[in-house]
Design a protein around this ligand. Structure first.
Ligand SMILES: Nc1nc2c(c(=O)[nH]1)N[C@H]1C(S)=C(S)[C@@H](COP(=O)(O)OP(=O)(O)OC[C@H]3O[C@@H](n4cnc5c(=O)[nH]c(N)nc54)[C@H](O)[C@@H]3O)O[C@H]1N2
Ligand SMILES: Nc1nc2c(c(=O)[nH]1)N[C@H]1C(S)=C(S)[C@@H](COP(=O)(O)OP(=O)(O)OC[C@H]3O[C@@H](n4cnc5c(=O)[nH]c(N)nc54)[C@H](O)[C@@H]3O)O[C@H]1N2
Ligand SMILES: [Mo]
Length: 710
């Protein structure tokens, strides 16, 4: 898109790890990006951006950007660096890595990355081929949805399931552990349209979130008890004859087993577990079953406790039981990623992984660096890109302790001097989305989006693709893989033989900025009207055949392996696994630490990104902890006071906010504040590193603390 000689509009895509993947228009004047706005033509973005991204050019041009390679000059963590040329940085990395490989082997090198940018080229898998070639230890990335994905695939198979745009046809919408208005904003207009047409919107959340406040009914559940609620709904649906018998007979397996399990969860018992009155459970079940099309939108937050996997299993069984899949706008929406024909294997090259390469999970970073985790080869070098582990990983104090190790050689590729980058020996400058080319899939809608670079890279910053080309060259790798341009990589990242790309070409995608996958329209997309679930049985599996092998971590999260984890047997029929840390399951712990701490996403940050930028900090202020008036009163805490939030794992300081938006017994400390700006620690100082039941998912919500005046 070009307008005049000195003003152009460039078609871009929001880079963030967010379901919305917005189509953006960047105005460039005389080579400078002066503004960004949402693309009004895009059916999901509809012209709007969010409070995080609507000034994205200020992120790009921030005076705090890292624009040159840096070498540490002060103590680790001090933030003292000097500028060095790229050649010198690469030379030093090569020298240190080579010495470490000679002495300890390549497994002493640990890559660490996530989704700082979500692009297919520069995102999750950008460094995998390089580290596989090097023979480095594998970093298992299960930050987000790894348990839910496993559970969903076990039940319904890898299916896009429901078009989020089809929600305009829904009559009963349950937003379950999902704060749409903060975390999936562009889905809201479709929900609001249904609501305006008479649909009932129900939000199930321990907190009266921004979204809950717009709902017709907010059900304030006790954290981590959602599987009991789903089984209780099934109990009522079965007892009252509201099952779609025909759908169940033709398109599901394991109904008898599910029926027996649901019988264990009568409403009175579920009321005790969940804190929801029994009559509300009955009403919810009846309305959900009989108001078709009914649809459930699960948030990622649903998986963050001991039984997160089984919870998603239970939720994913509900639509088949009531036949919601028969209707456009009926079913359950998880992540439509399965619709995108990305050739992940071609990007990550699992064929280069050497037999027996060790795997370290992201949660275990502190343990791995401090020696608590017993490793055959100790970690001597760490490379972080697309991630800010000091802020986003539990056991924050131990992560920092590990990063402080004098003998650890740390390289960080970043846009900003984050809490993690401060501990680097070498920092490498990364471009922002306005300076790089990428193709985006989405985990919240059915459009591919193209990101055209709007401006040349600032300073000496490079896209991640180029970073790994330079590292490969420094290490003497001369495979074809690194000879490809970004354009060529973009083309080769998609499987063009897949019918969902019918009528789409790379040229067309670039010209328009986005393309809807050829999966039908939001008015007729109804893939499971007659079953057709891509599971081993072809049916919705109430009793999961995949469970027989045990637990799995899918290859996207743990490259090259979708093996079942031996010794990790799981119940093939959805069940309720109580939280590990709750008054009901651990009264002794609850006596010491009575509050269940949640750390949801901040409205103004994107995970840890923007925790340093003024416009967003203005909205989010400092690290806060929100508690119920009764809990504040009994602790003598006043609004605005500083408090210490703590348990045996650690502590952080936060400003007290008192609100009956949270249930008594629940506290909320949003994620994203930087430790270096918050007295040295933030919410992940107190969070557990325990895995949930499926997919090595996190257990952030399964977390007891105490709050005291400080
Ligand atoms: N307590 C608690 N912890 C959590 C969560 C929670 O809810 N509660 N949520 C978890 C979840 S769901 C997630 S997804 C993770 C997110 O964890 P992360 O992915 O680590 O978080 P982000 O802040 O999105 O991105 C990390 C960094 O990537 C950098 N970056 C952006 N683009 C680029 C690029 O192009 N190149 C390079 N080299 N760097 C770039 C950004 O500047 C940023 O500092 O956090 C997890 N941690
Ligand atoms: N503004 C903003 N948007 C984002 C992000 C961001 O950081 N900021 N991050 C992006 C990423 S990586 C992700 S994964 C998504 C996550 O988006 P969501 O899935 O919406 O996740 P959260 O905001 O962590 O939590 C959503 C709601 O779940 C509730 N909750 C917590 N525990 C439980 C529970 O046990 N049961 C129930 N029923 N509810 C519970 C919380 O109170 C919260 O209101 O957001 C994406 N979008
Ligand atoms: Mo996430």
């Amino acid at each position: 898109m070009s307008n005049s000689a000195d003003s152009q509009t460039v078609l871009a895509a929001c880079p963030h790890d967010c379901p919305d993947t917005c189509s953006m228009l960047v105005t460039v004047e005389n080579g400078r990006a002066v503004s960004v706005r949402g693309n009004p033509d895009h059916p999901f973005t509809r012209g709007g951006l969010c409070v995080k991204v609507n000034n994205y050019q200020d992120r790009t041009y921030s005076p705090d950007r890292i624009l040159h390679p840096l070498r540490r000059t002060g103590a680790k963590g001090s933030g003292s660096f000097e500028r060095i040329p790229w050649d010198e940085a690469l030379g030093e990395i090569k020298k240190r890595w080579t010495a470490i490989i000679d002495e300890h082997g390549p497994q002493a090198i640990l890559p660490y990355s996530y989704l700082g940018t979500e692009g297919i080229l520069n995102g999750l898998n950008v460094g995998d081929a390089f580290f596989n070639k090097l023979g480095a230890t594998i970093s298992e990335r299960t930050f987000c949805d790894a348990g839910a994905v496993t559970a969903f695939v076990m039940t319904c198979g890898p299916t896009a399931a429901v078009d989020p745009e089809s929600f305009k046809h829904s009559r009963y919408i349950i937003l379950w552990a999902c704060n749409t208005i903060s975390t999936n904003l562009h889905h809201w207009p479709f929900i609001a349209e249904a609501q305006a047409n008479g649909a009932k919107v129900v939000v199930i959340d321990p907190v009266a979130s921004r979204t809950a406040k717009k709902a017709d009914w907010h059900i304030a559940i006790r954290p981590g008890t959602d599987a009991a609620l789903a089984l209780g709904m099934m109990n009522v649906i079965i007892a009252e004859g509201l099952v779609d018998e025909d759908y169940v007979a033709n398109y599901t397996v394991g109904y008898d087993e599910l029926k027996a399990r649901a019988a264990e969860f009568p409403p009175e018992k579920v009321a005790e577990i969940t804190g929801i009155p029994a009559e509300d459970i009955v009403t919810l079940a009846r309305e959900y079953a009989t108001t078709q099309p009914s649809v459930i939108r699960m948030g990622v937050a649903i998986e963050r406790h001991a039984g997160g996997g089984q919870t998603v299993r239970a939720l994913a069984c509900l639509p088949a039981l009531v036949g919601a899949w028969r209707h456009v706008g009926g079913g359950i929406l998880h992540m439509p990623i399965w619709a995108f024909p990305v050739d992940w294997g071609a990007l990550m090259r699992p064929d280069w992984i050497k037999e027996g390469t060790p795997v370290i999970n992201q949660w275990r970073l502190g343990a791995a660096l401090t020696g608590e985790e017993k490793l055959a080869t100790p970690i001597k070098a760490l490379m972080v890109y697309n991630a800010n582990p000091v802020v986003v990983v539990p056991d924050q104090a131990r992560t920092i302790e590990g990063l402080e190790r004098e003998d650890l050689f740390t390289v960080v590729s970043e846009q900003f001097m984050t809490d993690t980058a401060r501990y680097a020996d070498i920092v490498l400058p990364a471009t922002t989305q306005l300076e790089q080319l990428d193709v985006m899939f989405s985990w919240g809608h059915l459009y591919l989006t193209f990101n055209e670079p709007a401006i040349a890279p600032l300073g000496e910053s490079v896209p991640n693709t180029e970073l790994f080309r330079r590292l490969a060259n420094a290490m003497g790798f001369n495979d074809e893989y690194w000879a490809r341009s970004d354009e060529q990589m973009a083309k080769e990242s998609l499987d063009w033989s897949n019918p969902v790309l019918a009528g789409i070409s790379m040229e067309g995608l670039r010209e328009k900025g986005y393309a809807r996958l050829a999966v039908g329209s939001p008015d007729d997309f109804c893939p499971h009207k007659e079953g057709n679930f891509p599971t081993p049985s072809g049916k919705c599996e109430f009793k999961a055949s995949m469970a027989e092998g045990g637990n799995i971590v899918l290859p996207l999260f743990r490259q090259g392996s979708n093996e079942f984890q031996p010794g990790d047997p799981i119940d093939p029929v959805p069940n309720y696994i109580p939280p590990t840390e709750s008054p009901a399951t651990n009264p002794a712990l609850a006596a010491k630490y009575p509050l269940n701490l949640l750390s949801p996403k901040s409205h103004a940050f994107l995970n840890s990104s923007y925790g340093n930028l003024q416009a967003q900090l203005h909205h989010a202020q400092g690290q806060q902890v929100i508690i119920h008036p009764e809990d504040a009163r009994s602790r003598g805490l006043n609004e605005g006071a500083m408090a210490r939030v703590f348990n045996d794992r650690g502590s952080f300081q936060a400003v007290v906010k008192i609100s009956d938006d949270v249930r008594p017994g629940v506290a909320v400390a949003p994620l994203g504040y930087w430790a270096s700006r918050s007295g040295g620690s933030t919410v992940n100082a107190v969070n557990p590193t325990r895995y949930a039941d499926f997919g090595h998912a996190p257990t952030f919500s399964d977390n007891l603390v105490e709050v005291a005046a400080s």
